[in-house]
Design a protein around this ligand. Structure first.
Ligand SMILES: [Zn+2]
Length: 432
């Protein structure tokens, strides 16, 4: 059957979505989200782990930052990089004022061996949403800004959402500058290498005052939208979460000459703790506790580890329950370590309380995007940090595998386009 064509030459319906006239034109303009994603598909591929490794200020993330600058320039957006390393690409409203901005965007860094969409989809869809709005002939009455936040994953320096935390003052400059990556490079050194200045980072009230609202689009990192049968959803809340570093200290020694009795094996203390973490989490309904990273020192096959550092991620809707879980884990870890003749210390690296997004904004977003369902998420985002400062909302796009922080993370082309149009609708609603 031939699809009827309108006077403008646009198809009256879209075969893949059943959308009508204007929506079909929007979906056409939203194709740039696909070409933008394709143009970065070879940057930062991790041959060993699969997927992508794009740590902040590493070569891949820097290449993505250049890609963003180029894509913004092609759209005549005016980019400024602030003193915290956040890039802001402005589409001015007539009169060129830089205030009361409708800000969108996301991040370009990834976890080790992460998926293609976590972060970049939010950036690419923001740029493509501008294409959709321009295709409509839309002229913003408030500026629209695409932001890119550094170190959202915390995969290099250990603190998630480092850029937005610096911007809002949720982390002190002193603490941020002293953070070290796996190679011992401090955040201060990495910043200097990129032309940044340690004495200038930190809370930026002027920048925050220019943000009217913040809307972040992100690939969904769970199965919520699969189960709802919806391509796009609106976030209601972010589960409270935190990271702690546990260190088991024992006695390093020779694997062959040290008898099994009387060993002080830090690896055994750590391993028993990892099992206890799961058991303690299971005692609390809705809790999630994970050890996904472990570093034995010195790390030789024929060496009993003298120390093992491992990292704990705990999440629960009630912050008080998170605190109880961590305390229980710490107590049990100390007990298990003592049984192995070891000691155990626990250091908090970052904690974010449960975030409830702006209810009015969320509802408006749901209506503006054709009644998208609202759902909570267990993943942290820069939007969660900004929510304490400005009205904030998030759009999620369906991930058909339900898997994230993994090469298996996925987003169908049609859903990426629908998400882009939903974002364009939301930007038009607020900046029109
Ligand atoms: Zn992300």
């Amino acid at each position: 059957m031939k699809t009827p064509t309108t006077a403008e030459g646009r198809t009256a319906s879209d075969a893949s979505t059943g959308y009508s006239n204007s929506a079909s034109a929007d979906l056409g303009a939203a194709r740039t989200v696909l070409s933008l994603m394709r143009s970065i598909e070879d940057i930062g591929r991790d041959r060993a782990r699969g997927g992508y490794s794009r740590p902040v200020y590493g070569s891949a993330e820097l290449e993505l930052r250049s890609w963003f600058l180029e894509a913004a320039a092609q759209r005549d957006l005016d980019v400024e990089t602030d003193r915290n390393g956040i890039m802001w690409a402005w589409w001015y409203a007539p009169g060129k004022q830089r205030r009361d901005a409708v800000v969108t965007g996301s991040h370009l860094d990834s976890v080790p061996g992460g998926g293609a969409y976590d972060g970049p989809l939010g950036v690419a869809s923001s740029l493509a949403a501008i294409d959709v709005l321009r295709d409509r002939g839309f002229v913003p009455s408030r500026p629209i800004v695409v932001a890119v936040f550094p170190e959202e994953e915390g995969s290099r320096f250990g603190v998630a959402c480092l850029g937005s935390r610096l911007l809002t003052g949720a982390i002190s400059p002193e603490r941020a500058l002293a953070l070290r990556d796996g190679e011992g490079v401090t955040f201060a050194q990495a910043l200097t290498t990129q032309g940044g200045r340690g004495d200038r980072i930190g809370a930026d009230r002027d920048m925050l005052a220019r943000i009217g609202i913040f809307l972040e689009l992100h690939v969904e990192q769970g199965r919520g939208l699969i189960d709802l049968g919806a391509p796009v959803g609106v976030a209601s809340s972010i589960l409270g979460h935190g990271r702690w570093r546990l260190s088991a200290h024992g006695q390093g020694n020779h694997a062959g000459t040290t008898l099994m009795a009387g060993r002080q094996d830090a690896m055994v203390a750590a391993a028993r703790t990892v099992v206890a973490v799961r058991e303690i989490a299971l005692e609390h309904s809705g809790a999630r506790a994970t050890v996904g990273r472990l570093q034995p020192i010195p790390g030789g096959t024929n060496v009993i580890a003298s120390r093992v550092d491992f990292w704990l991620d705990v999440r629960h809707a009630e912050d008080a329950v998170t605190a109880v879980i961590v305390e229980k884990i710490h107590a049990e870890a100390r007990r298990l370590a003592a049984e192995e003749g070891c000691t155990m210390e626990l250091v908090e690296e970052s904690v974010s309380g449960t975030v409830h997004f702006d209810a009015t904004l969320g509802l408006e977003l749901s209506v503006a995007t054709g009644g998208s369902p609202m759902l909570p998420t267990g993943a942290g985002h820069d939007a969660g940090v900004l929510a304490s400062e400005v009205p904030t909302a998030m759009l999620f796009v369906r991930n058909p595998t339900g898997i994230s922080h993994s090469p298996e993370e996925l987003c169908e082309d049609d859903d990426a386009r629908l998400g882009t149009v939903a974002l364009a609708d939301a930007l038009a609603h607020h900046a029109g």
